[in-house]
Design a protein around this ligand. Sequence first.
Ligand code: ADP
Ligand code: 5GP
Length: 204
Amino acid sequence: MNNSKGLLIILSGPSGAGKDTVLKELLAHNDKVRVSISATTRQPRQGEENGRDYHFISREQFETLIQRDGVLEYAEYCGNFYGTPRAQVEAWLDEGLDVVLEIEVQGAKKVMAKCPEAVSVFILPPSFAVLEKRLRRRATDSEEAVQKRLAAARGEILQAADYDYMVVNDALEDCVSDLEAVLQGEKCRSARAGNLIEEVLKNE
Ligand code: ADP
Ligand code: 5GP
């Protein structure tokens, strides 16, 4: 039937915009979606688990991963390295599963260039003031880390126009349904239809 490969989805947004929260909801309603687990040199936050939230690795291990061409992309963000392990993403896409890469803007641009078939979505907070409030309410980062993330946020938001879609995370349910609508629409693109027309006309 139509293209059996899954959709590669790039999801970015400033820290605190609600990417994790939105993804949790998306996963709860869609069993064909997977979220890539990144490798990072950052320290785990309270409640984070190795292998579930991230693969927490040392800088040396990260360098080895890059040398072995084991990452689809990587970037440095607020003093730590983050990268997308390649093998799992490719295996899931081949199985027909949709794969979300929750990554920052530098890495996102690398994936856009390498994988033009990927769909990119930028999650925006309703305002900068709300972003700051959410970051502080999350209370998982030190004041210094919050300041670094807020400083990075403005520059990130200015790059939202380079993405295929912008979705505002004001009311969570609306944001999730907008994201689902984007993905649904993308799946119906003619360019992704593979041999659908031949299939329909097969037994004419
Ligand atoms: P990100 O993954 O983008 O860094 P999180 O998902 O951790 O952001 O969300 C940051 C904080 O904002 C969390 O405390 C989360 O509960 C809260 N949050 C996320 N989305 C909403 C929303 N739509 N309305 C209110 N609070 C939200
Ligand atoms: P956090 O430390 O808040 O978990 O993530 C910081 C930033 O790094 C977020 O914008 C997040 O999307 C991004 N990020 C997480 N994993 C990756 C990755 O594998 N590659 C890139 N480029 N960015 C990532």
